[in-house]
Write a protein that binds this ligand. Structure first.
Ligand SMILES: [Zn+2]
Length: 277
């Protein structure tokens, strides 16, 4: 009997309009020599993941500069309308004059779970005070954030556990998913779970076996915090097959409860809380 639940929920999928996807893949290749595979466009991604048994997809995109969040969010709503099993962390940029108004409007849509901030690319601090009204709105409207705020796979001055801690000290109740288990500062981020009840981690891209920088704290701590972790793939911005990360997770030999919770139940619970579904 497989310990993998039959239906899984993927809480970290990237969907972008086709041209933006191409620009991102080219950028990754040019600056980091990352040859993204598979280069699937957004509709192909959805169909591929469906065929792999993904029951619900929580996708995101981010505004790499001011002025693009509104357009991306119009696109996001259109995607949500086409696929009822999709949910979205919408785009936001604090330098947009109409940002908060746009944020308020998009949060009216049930399947918008909240916002994604990609601090490495967007180049501001998570504790930037321009973001405070957004955080307050997210809490008031019972939504959530997805933050790429770790130092992996590359870092800069805007990411890292110390910046994230500063944010959480100000907003201890903030509902937030930290992408990539907080890579590479795994221990620092995990330690914060005890202090901040609405903080979760996602598994995206850090359970590939044999890759430098992969999660390295062992299974015991994962079991201990199994109600605080959701599965995410980072699909389709991958360098290796999505399935090898799933095998990496399964090869840890953890409990059936662990796998049911991270691959399905925890994500399902978050979706219910934040979308009313
Ligand atoms: Zn990602």
């Amino acid at each position: 009997m497989s310990i993998m639940p039959e239906k899984i929920i993927d809480f970290h999928v990237h969907l972008f309009p086709d041209r933006m996807f191409e620009a991102i893949w080219d950028y990754f290749y040019k600056y980091y020599a990352w040859d993204v595979k598979p280069r699937l466009y957004w509709k192909q991604c959805v169909e591929h993941l469906n065929a792999c048994g993904v029951e619900k997809i929580v996708f995101s995109n981010y505004a790499h500069r001011a002025g693009v969040a509104r357009g991306l969010n119009e696109w996001n709503l259109d995607v949500l309308k086409q696929y009822p099993h999709l949910y979205c962390f919408a785009a936001y940029h604090p330098a947009d004059d109409d940002g908060l108004e746009m944020a308020e409007q998009i949060l009216e849509y049930e399947r918008v779970i909240g916002f994604k901030l990609q601090l490495l690319v967007q180049r501001f601090y998570p504790h930037d005070e321009r973001l405070f009204p957004l955080y307050e709105m997210v809490m008031k409207k019972n939504k959530r954030l997805l933050l790429h705020v770790g130092t992996g796979p590359v870092g800069n001055e805007f990411v890292g556990a110390s910046h994230f801690r500063k944010l959480m000290e100000r907003y201890p109740e903030l509902p937030v998913n930290v992408a990539h288990m907080g890579a590479f500062e795994y221990a620092e981020f995990i330690a914060l779970l005890d202090c901040y009840p609405n903080m979760m981690l996602d598994t995206a891209f850090v359970f590939y076996p044999g890759i430098e920088g992969s999660f390295n704290l062992g299974g015991e701590v994962l079991e201990k915090y199994r109600n605080r972790i959701v599965y995410g793939s980072d699909f389709p911005n991958l360098l290796f097959p999505r399935e090898s990360e799933i095998s990496g997770l399964l090869s840890l030999g953890l409990s059936a409860e662990f796998y049911t919770m991270i691959f399905h139940d925890n994500g399902d619970k978050l979706i219910k809380v934040h979308s009313g579904a």
